[in-house]
Ligand binder design. Structure first.
Ligand code: NAP
Length: 312
């Protein structure tokens, strides 16, 4: 019997596409996973697996009911897919663990002044600074979803005083939770290190503008592992230059790779990472996608999808 074909619609590097196809096929041996071919006929396909898909290619699937994204962030899909196509994003406990590890790594680096000691080494300066206890360091996580919660757990396990901010009110063990506009003002006033793990939506685009960044505790630091457009970078540079923001770890940029002439490369107090905080693991992510697709073919129910009105 012919296996049901599931198209993989992607605009990614060829080697990466091939690697994904291999992993997905291994995870779903009872289906045929095929790279989208514009000359092929996909009249029966009601699900597609996607990674940066061209919406025009998806429009060639007349019966498409839902897409399984291989990425956790889905802002481009939310704006490019018709609203009757459900978007199922990647929610992978391994991704959350990898992100929590990245948050802990950079938090510890800021907590123990590694950027300052690197600058001192470059200048041949031997100078010791006071070590603050982790319990006296307030680390605030913006976004308490799959990734934000894992980050909070890792931070509190390591003794930090953890704050969190989300859209709806929350109660989490060992996390002082804030929500809404007023909650953000209080959160920013308290946090020594602010970690961004929010989705990019109409509400979060430009959220950390000059006003909000100015509300941060003086000499607090920032870590952005979410999306660049959540921050006004021009405002951030100004506040780094005047010392209001002590340090910014930036892993995500509006244009990637970051262009050679971008002033951020040479801004004092900035650590630039090339979008490496939490790469998707092909083995575990393919398994998650496989579980969702299998459940759909068994029950006819589309897995839990992104709320198109909220945008995440
Ligand atoms: P998620 O489970 O959907 O959680 C989103 C969190 O943000 C929720 O707590 C939500 O609040 C909160 N939120 C959304 N809009 C808000 C608003 N306007 N005000 C306050 N809080 C708001 O998402 P996730 O899986 O944790 O992922 C978060 C983001 O990380 C993704 O969207 C993606 O862009 C990014 N990411 C980056 C990388 C990387 O390598 N740099 C890798 C993976 C993911 P509620 O709890 O009230 O709904």
């Amino acid at each position: 019997m012919d296996r049901t074909v599931i198209p993989f619609v992607s605009d990614i590097a060829e080697a990466s596409r091939q690697a994904w196809l291999d992993h997905l096929q291994t995870a779903l041996p009872e289906f045929q996973i095929e790279a989208f071919d514009r000359s092929a006929d996909y009249v029966d396909a009601d699900v597609a697996i996607v990674a940066n898909p061209d919406p025009q290619q998806l429009a060639q699937l007349p019966e498409l009911k839902w897409v399984q994204s291989l990425w956790a962030g889905v802002e481009k899909l939310v704006h490019s897919l018709p609203s009757d196509i459900a978007i199922v994003r990647m929610v992978d406990p391994q991704l959350a663990r990898t992100m929590a590890e990245a948050v802990l790594t950079m938090t510890l680096s800021l907590h123990r002044d590694l950027p300052l000691y690197a600058a001192q080494q470059a200048a041949g300066i031997w100078e010791q600074h006071t070590v603050t206890r982790a319990k006296d360091r307030k680390v605030g996580v913006l976004g308490l979803g799959a990734l934000g919660r894992a980050a909070c757990e890792a931070l509190s396990r390591n003794g930090f005083d953890v704050l969190g901010w989300s859209r709806s009110p929350k109660s989490l063990p060992d996390v002082q939770c804030f929500s809404g506009d007023e909650g953000l003002t209080d959160f920013l006033r308290l946090a020594d290190i602010v970690v961004i793990l929010l989705p990019l939506t109409d509400e979060t685009r430009g959220l950390l503008d000059h006003t909000r960044l100015s509300q941060m505790k003086p000499a607090a630091s920032l870590i952005n592992f979410a999306r660049a457009s959540i921050i006004d970078h021009a405002a951030l540079v100004g506040l780094l230059e005047n010392g209001h923001v002590r340090h910014a770890v930036l892993d995500v940029f509006e244009v990637e790779p970051l262009t050679q002439h971008d002033p951020l490369w040479n801004t004092k107090g900035v650590t630039i990472l090339p979008h490496v905080s939490a790469p998707t693991n092909m083995t575990t992510a393919s398994q998650i996608a496989a579980n969702n697709i299998r459940a759909f073919f068994e029950t006819g129910q589309v897995p839990q999808a992104v709320d198109r009105a909220r945008g995440y």
